[in-house]
Design a protein around this ligand. Structure first.
Ligand code: FES
Length: 102
């Protein structure tokens, strides 16, 4: 099983905002919502577009292209366009550092 890697500081990401990080060649969106730091692949499961500019509210991200909604904690897709979840990554905070397991 892979190790956790540090990707950002908790100070780098405001509530309901996200940061794009390249981790092992993959574009990952690290988000803060509800005081939690969650990470998903920066790719919508509908048409593989980046989620990075999507609005984040109450634990969800809205795809900026066609508006599908995804639960950031599980990747669950909510909407008519796809039922495919987005990929989520295990995350934790250690000494104000956000760490992911990819
Ligand atoms: S590409 Fe995201 S909803 Fe269509």
């Amino acid at each position: 099983m892979s190790e956790f890697v540090t990707v950002a500081s908790t100070n780098d990401i405001e509530e309901n905002k996200a940061l794009v990080k390249n981790v092992d060649g993959m574009s990952v969106l690290v988000c803060q919502t509800g005081g939690e730091f969650l990470a998903v692949e920066n790719r919508c499961s509908h048409q593989n577009k980046p989620l990075a500019e999507g609005r984040i509210r109450n634990g969800y991200i809205f795809c900026p292209v066609h508006g599908m909604r995804f639960r950031l904690s599980t990747g669950e897709a909510i909407g008519q366009l796809t039922d495919q979840p987005i990929r989520v990554f295990e995350s934790r905070v250690v000494d104000e550092q956000i760490q992911l397991r990819i």
